[in-house]
Write a protein that binds this ligand. Structure first.
Ligand SMILES: *Cc1c(COP(=O)(O)O)cnc(C)c1O
Length: 357
């Protein structure tokens, strides 16, 4: 008999985007002349910048000759990329992260989804609400979420509301979770946490021995100097947080696939016998067993984003997206909607006027 992982059978199909598609097509047939702008589902629209394309072409040519060919690479990523990340994303901003704490991957979806492999199935998990669905569904798959109620809430997850009423700053948990997922700047609300707000979370995690899984996929969009781009800007975060990053939103790598995760050396968990265990060591073991590294060619492309040209080109693309976000924000506000986000992230969260939904 083929026995399946029961947890997968608990997952409910995601209806959100098919519901939106139905509403759009219903509207289209009742308003055939309407010029519809779709703002629901996202992907980047700008092509890969020239600096990365040039590096990718060059690396592709290297693969054609036996003298320069690259086969399997290091599971943790090539030194040239990890050193560029450590320098430009951390050291130049006064943040202490060393290249050997960086794990290059094929993207932040895989890493935020896979990180649960190194955590006990007993861990209690807290998520913000609304939430990037990967955090919830991967915990369902691992058996940590309990049962799904009719309100679409999982019994063992703690939901931390992010609403206009609390200014999208989630309240500290009440149920003593072991693991907390935070994503700031936030997908989907587009809002960010200030340094003092994030410091409260780091303080909470240190005082209560919990792990923060910090998704900063949108860090490149931060414009407010009061908004941290990395959780490691906060004192003590190296002892309680793992940070996930992606080149997808920073540089349009959604199709090329590359991201990275930082697991600081100091970060410790405990096994069931109470022995201290290095999370860095476990993640290295996990990655070197189940992952064979991101493609050499793509890692060359990612490294080129840190050249002077690359950094300028990335900034230009981000300004383009942020100009669009500003247009949407201002246009929607003028049309009578209450609008949040769109300042430190490309997302806008909209409260429609009474009667529209
Ligand atoms: C887009 C996104 C990611 C990951 O993207 P990858 O393409 O897998 O690197 C991760 N987290 C959030 C919140 C995102 O919006």
């Amino acid at each position: 008999m083929i026995k399946v992982n029961d947890n997968f059978t608990l997952l409910s199909p995601s209806y959100l985007f098919s519901d939106i598609a139905k509403k759009v097509s219903a509207y289209r047939s009742s308003h055939p002349d309407a010029d519809i702008i779709r703002m629901g589902i996202g992907d980047v629209t700008r092509p890969i910048c020239p600096a990365a394309i040039e590096a990718i072409h060059k690396a592709t040519d290297e693969e054609a000759s036996s003298a320069t060919f690259h086969g399997y690479g290091p599971e943790q990523g090539y030194d040239f990329l990890r050193e560029a990340i450590a320098r430009w994303d951390y050291r130049e901003r006064g943040i202490d992260v060393s290249p050997d704490e960086i794990f290059v991957s094929d993207g932040a979806k895989s890493d935020t989804g896979n990180i649960g492999d190194i955590l006990s199935a007993d861990c209690r998990v807290a998520v913000t609400d609304p939430v990037y669905p990967v955090y919830v569904d991967t915990n369902v798959m691992a058996g940590r979420a309990g049962e799904c109620g009719s309100d679409n809430r999982w019994s063992r997850l703690e939901y931390l509301p992010c609403t206009a009423e609390n200014n999208f700053c989630p309240p500290l948990p009440k149920n003593n979770p072991d693991v907390i997922y935070l994503c700031f700047p936030n997908n989907p609300t587009g809002t960010a946490l200030r340094r003092d707000e994030l410091a409260r979370w780091v303080g909470y995690a240190l005082a209560n021995n919990c792990l923060i899984l910090f998704d900063s996929a949108y860090e490149a969009y931060v414009s407010d100097p009061e908004v941290p781009r990395s959780i490691y800007e906060i004192e003590g975060a190296r002892r309680c947080a793992i940070e996930f990053r992606s080149f997808s939103k920073t540089a349009g790598f959604t199709g090329l696939r590359c991201g990275y995760t930082v697991v600081p050396r100091e970060l410790k968990g405990f096994d069931s016998k109470g022995n201290e265990v290095s999370l860095h060591h476990l993640w290295l073991r996990r990655q070197s067993t189940k992952f064979n590294g991101a493609s050499y060619v793509i890692q060359r492309g990612a490294a080129a984003l840190y050249s002077e040209e690359g950094r300028r080109q990335v900034r230009e693309t981000i300004s383009y997206y942020m100009a669009n976000a500003r247009m949407l924000r201002e246009g929607l506000a003028e049309a009578g909607f209450t609008v949040f986000g769109g300042v430190d992230s490309p997302y806008i969260w909209v409260r429609p006027p009474e009667g529209i939904h």
